[in-house]
Design a protein around this ligand. Structure first.
Ligand SMILES: Cc1ncc(COP(=O)(O)O)c(C=O)c1O
Length: 426
């Protein structure tokens, strides 16, 4: 390939100016800009309340506190997600109960959610993984029937929609990462959205103590001195200035990214062994990350390792996957370095082991049968997409040759263990 992949992140001159302006004003710790961003973000998502924080992880923690998770309350969450996101359930004194994902959408499997409900279940944490909206209809039905809260992890899904509604406005609370690799970037940061005053106040009283003074007089939090709960999740205003500018361009930038991603997926869908992530009807996904299913049986048994090596030789920036291991990682099991005290030996967590370790065959399958297709394309680049399509075509049409190479080089292509991060370059 000749054309270099456009670099992400793109930081515009306007964004630089917004940050510099705050520095000139000396608003490097407290700034009214943070509330302005919160209002603008909430309004973009279609929610009454927005609450910014210093990370997506913090926003998830606040979101769980916001829905009133009691100590030991169970939260059903896919194992196929970003580990620290699920670990916020532990931080919020809850018990993660890992569930399956659907192997076509890569998102939470509502049928398995039904199976995982117990009298202790308090919430479902859905993850709109890689920017693809979850099957929210059945999730809303389950939540209504069993009186459960829905926490949406929207870290990949800024601007995505489900049935015309923005992701982040469908459950009780939407939690977004604004970290530097996300679609709206603060460098490091997060923001949550909700239509519930109760959720907002609980969340803010957990991580943004200074907000308590802005609560109406009848707020339950006005009864206690405004000390908060011992967490400080306040965001950095400079990051918020950057995120605020990024939000203004989000729709336009999503349009560009999604045009490139859709074009590539349309071509890949016609090639053997590659099954792009299924987008459900009446949903709009965003191409925060570009992953696809892989079926070696359609390519005569060509292993994913060899397939990725061949793509890399063609110049494709593809990656392995690290999601889908949480039901087996030591953090959630006895013997972890976190064993002492609340994360390890209290009865709530001892229960986690039994709950966490049910077999998750769909998740295991997806973990070993999916891969990162391409980097994010931040600019309109039809020639580069054509090169990617040609590269994929070259590999999928050279199966006999690649299978011969695979037989002769078994020692060189053992499956590689990858980390839990989303992108694991080949
Ligand atoms: C699905 C998901 N949830 C939560 C997070 C946590 O966000 P942050 O890194 O901003 O804490 C991430 C970050 O990559 C993520 O991908």
């Amino acid at each position: 390939m000749t054309t270099a992949a456009p670099q992400s992140p793109i930081v515009s001159e306007r964004e630089i100016q917004a940050v510099v302006e705050l520095m000139r004003k000396g608003e490097i710790s407290v700034s009214p800009l943070v509330s302005e961003f919160e209002e603008e973000f909430a309004s973009y998502i279609g929610c009454e309340f927005g609450l910014a924080s210093n990370s997506g992880t913090s926003s998830l923690h606040e979101g769980l506190a916001g829905v009133g998770l009691p100590p030991g309350g169970e939260v059903i969450v896919p194992s196929y997600t970003f580990g620290p996101g699920a670990a916020t359930i532990l931080a919020a004194r809850g018990v993660p109960v890992f569930c399956e994902v659907d192997t076509e959408t890569h998102c939470i499997d509502p049928e398995d959610v039904r199976r995982k409900i117990t009298p202790n279940t308090h919430a479902i944490m859905v993850v709109h993984v890689w920017g693809n909206p979850c099957d929210m209809g059945p999730i809303l039905d389950i939540a209504r029937k069993h009186d459960l809260a829905i926490v949406e992890d929207c870290s990949h899904a800024h601007g995505a929609t489900w049935h015309g509604r923005k992701i982040g406005s469908i459950g009780d609370v939407g939690c977004f990462s604004l970290q530097g690799s996300k679609l709206v970037k603060a460098g490091e940061g997060g923001v949550l959205t909700t239509n519930s005053r109760d959720v907002y106040e609980r969340a803010a009283a957990t991580g943004r103590t200074e907000k308590i003074s802005t609560f109406p007089a009848d707020s339950i939090f006005k009864q206690c001195p405004p000390l908060g709960s011992g967490f400080k999740h306040r965001p950095h205003p400079l990051g918020m200035a950057l995120a605020r500018e990024q939000l203004r361009d989000l729709d336009e930038r999503n349009e560009i990214r999604d045009t490139q991603g859709t074009r590539l997926d349309a071509a890949l869908a016609g090639m053997p062994g590659i099954t792009p992530q299924l987008v459900l009807p009446d949903c709009r996904r965003v191409y925060a990350y570009h992953f696809s299913g892989y079926d070696e049986t359609a390519l005569g048994g060509l292993t994913l390792e060899v397939f990725l090596r061949a793509l890399k030789a063609e110049g494709v920036r593809c990656s392995r996957i690290g999601y889908g291991r949480l039901h087996n990682v030591p953090l959630f099991e006895p013997g972890s370095p976190y064993q002492e005290g609340c994360l390890g030996t209290c009865p709530h967590i001892t229960a986690t082991k039994a709950l966490a370790c049910g077999p998750l065959p769909q998740t295991e399958y997806l973990r070993t049968h999916s891969f990162g297709v391409a980097p994010r394309f931040e600019v309109d680049c039809p020639e580069l997409i054509d090169q990617y399509i040609r590269a994929y075509h070259n590999v999928t049409s050279s199966v006999d040759e690649l299978l011969r190479w695979q037989v002769e080089n078994t020692d060189k292509v053992q499956p590689v263990e990858v980390s839990g991060r989303s992108l694991n370059p080949v």
